[in-house]
Design a protein around this ligand. Sequence first.
Ligand SMILES: Nc1ncnc2c1ncn2[C@@H]1O[C@H](COP(=O)(O)OP(=O)(O)O)[C@@H](O)[C@H]1O
Ligand SMILES: [Mg+2]
Length: 257
Amino acid sequence: MTKFITFASAKGGVGKTVVSFNVAIALSQFKHDVVYIDANFSVPNVAILIGYHNPPITLNDVMEGKKHISDAMYLHPSKLRIVPLSLSYEHSKRINPEKIHDVVLDLVGSAEFVILDSGSGLGNDVRNVIKASDEVIAITTPELLAVTGTYRTVQLADELGIKVSGAVLNNISGDEYDMSKENIESILEVPVIESIPHDNVVRKAYRQKQPFVYVYPHSKASLAIKRLAARILGQKYEAPLPENKTKLDVFLEKLRK
Ligand SMILES: Nc1ncnc2c1ncn2[C@@H]1O[C@H](COP(=O)(O)OP(=O)(O)O)[C@@H](O)[C@H]1O
Ligand SMILES: [Mg+2]
């Protein structure tokens, strides 16, 4: 069975795009068959992230009925199949968000997971993407305005009858001004399933036009992304031990920090 998971938050800038994309890569690195869809119809991102600015066939062509979804897939070296949107403003204006349902139907049985990035807000575009999913992962940063914005998304998913399987806390600074996990869970009414720290590899990886989990696999943010991917698989991620080190060495190093 194909599972369709949308990363969503009404609040912009919380990490929907970077987290969903890196999780999709991590799932592929774990040898699962995954399709990643850029479903932020008004502000497309994935083509920019991978430096593929002019893909000849895009999700726009598929949604306009001109091409089949399989023609709009680009294979990343991790084996992730990526479906980008056109970066053209004129193409964006023509999109009918309801067509995402046909796209999703066409993908049933063709992958284990389909990960969808969605736009911000609660508009018709986001509603249709959420409605087309099996589940939503809500994503927020540990700040009041982000959490309250994300709660709107939880409410929207509830209204549409789509399960919110958990919340991800992203871009955690670790200082005293971050809201606590417990506080955020009590507002969102969903469990926090992973916490991703602020990490400069997110920006460093932009320069390489690659997802950070691919080019900086041992960074703090990448480890959190891999734990989240494992959680989606119903597994626990154990980071590999550094070369020539035992579990005891790593534990003693942690104590000395
Ligand atoms: N864990 C993180 N560490 C550092 N910067 C981050 C992290 N997550 C997100 N960012 C920054 O926040 C910006 C917004 O993330 P993005 O995924 O575009 O948000 P959204 O899709 O929700 O609008 C990114 O451009 C990135 O620079
Ligand atoms: Mg985004």
